[in-house]
Design a protein around this ligand. Structure first.
Ligand SMILES: Nc1nc2c(ncn2[C@@H]2O[C@H](COP(=O)(O)OP(=O)(O)O)[C@@H](O)[C@H]2O)c(=O)[nH]1
Ligand SMILES: [Mg+2]
Length: 344
């Protein structure tokens, strides 16, 4: 047992030290012009010796699962926001390197039956984490390293999902996220110690400490997963990086950024639709998205102009942020028009 603890401590701390002294490679390289809809480029380039790995990413709401997946695949295709329940359905986010394909299954935060009923959440909130576990080769559990109330133990809703059968069949890794928010980094080693020593704890094949926001530790985690891939056929062609359509990614990104910018429950009651979508001959994207507000005062909140600011309304702020995020997702210029509708 002692040996195991030491092994974890040494590996975890040396990883951390290595990161402190070596500069991270930029994780948002814009080196390709792929599009989800692009069907012929790279098509013929399936490797001879295919390896792949399906990683189910589970965690409590707001642990940073979607931000982490985006950083791992180097594209912002999973919607992220500071509010809970941003991710509504599971997403396959795909990353290919040489002969290896990683498929990350981003899931809605795991919630209890009570929460699901109370907030009238879609069935996917309860079902999707379970479905993704059934398909996974490995499970990554994301813990918020800075949350003093939850970081010492795995959420009981997640434990409920991890039946004996799954635990025995699928290897699990633990990912402490948001380490940038920790003032004392040695807390991480105490946490690793708790998980390794506790008899009741799940057995993890490895423990990682990352910041999905700054990219710290992400390269190490990606390399570990690439090295863990098994010889098996790719599920997606090389040019595909999401199982969702562009329109869905656009709609969800607008929704997520409205969640960031609007107070309380307001963003949850807006109806957001992609009314128009086109791609130009240069692969650039133009889209018109309508936001229908149930009340006029909500629409006013979005379109009211701030006299003292350069970007003079909330809706313009959202459009700029969403355009940037979508350009990172699709790696092509994106022009977005947001239209606010409200009852007369
Ligand atoms: N400081 C910090 N914030 C993070 C990190 N990862 C995610 N976040 C923030 O946490 C919030 C929730 O992230 P999100 O990926 O939507 O969480 P999810 O609900 O687990 O998918 C967002 O505001 C993110 O910007 C991190 O490593 N550090
Ligand atoms: Mg999410």
């Amino acid at each position: 047992m002692l040996f195991t603890i030491e092994r974890f401590m040494i590996r975890a701390s040396s990883r951390y030290l290595r990161r402190c002294f070596s500069k991270n490679a930029g994780t948002l390289a814009h080196d390709s012009q792929e599009l989800i809809s692009q069907s012929d480029n790279n098509f013929a380039s399936l490797p001879l010796n295919q390896k792949s790995l399906k990683i189910a990413i589970l965690g409590a709401p707001n642990a940073g699962k979607s931000t982490l997946v985006n950083k791992l695949i180097k594209r912002s295709i999973c919607p992220t926001s500071s509010k809970v329940h941003t991710t509504q359905t599971k997403t396959d986010a795909i990353y290919c390197e040489d002969d290896t394909q990683l498929i990350f299954i981003d899931t809605p935060g795991v919630v209890s039956m009570y929460t699901s009923k109370r907030y009238n959440l879609a069935g996917s909130f309860r079902n999707d984490p379970q479905v993704s576990l059934a398909a996974a080769d490995i499970v990554g559990i994301v813990q918020e390293a800075n949350n003093i109330y939850t970081r010492h133990k795995i959420d009981k809703n997640i434990l409920e999902l991890l039946t004996e059968k799954i635990i025995n069949k699928i290897p699990m890794i633990l990912i402490f996220n948001k380490v940038d928010k920790l003032r004392r980094k040695d807390v991480l080693l105490e946490l690793v110690d708790i998980f390794v020593k506790s008899k009741e704890s799940l057995k993890f094949s490895d423990i990682f400490m990352v910041s999905a926001l700054t990219g710290d530790g992400i390269d190490d985690l990606r390399t570990y997963l690439l090295d863990s891939a098994k010889p098996q056929d790719w599920q997606y062609e090389r040019h595909i990086y999401s199982n969702h359509k562009c329109e869905y990614i656009i709609q969800q990104t607008v929704r997520a950024k409205l969640m960031d910018i609007l107070p309380h429950e307001i963003p949850y009651i807006l109806d957001i639709k992609v009314d128009h979508f086109e791609t130009g001959s240069d692969d650039s994207i133009k889209a018109v998205v309508s936001i229908t507000c149930p009340r006029k005062n909500i629409a006013r909140l979005l379109i009211r102009s701030f006299k003292d600011k350069l970007i003079n309304s909330r809706i313009k702020q959202v459009a700029i942020i969403v355009e940037q995020e979508l350009q990172n997702a699709f790696r092509t210029p994106v022009k977005l028009k947001l239209v606010v509708n409200f009852p007369k």
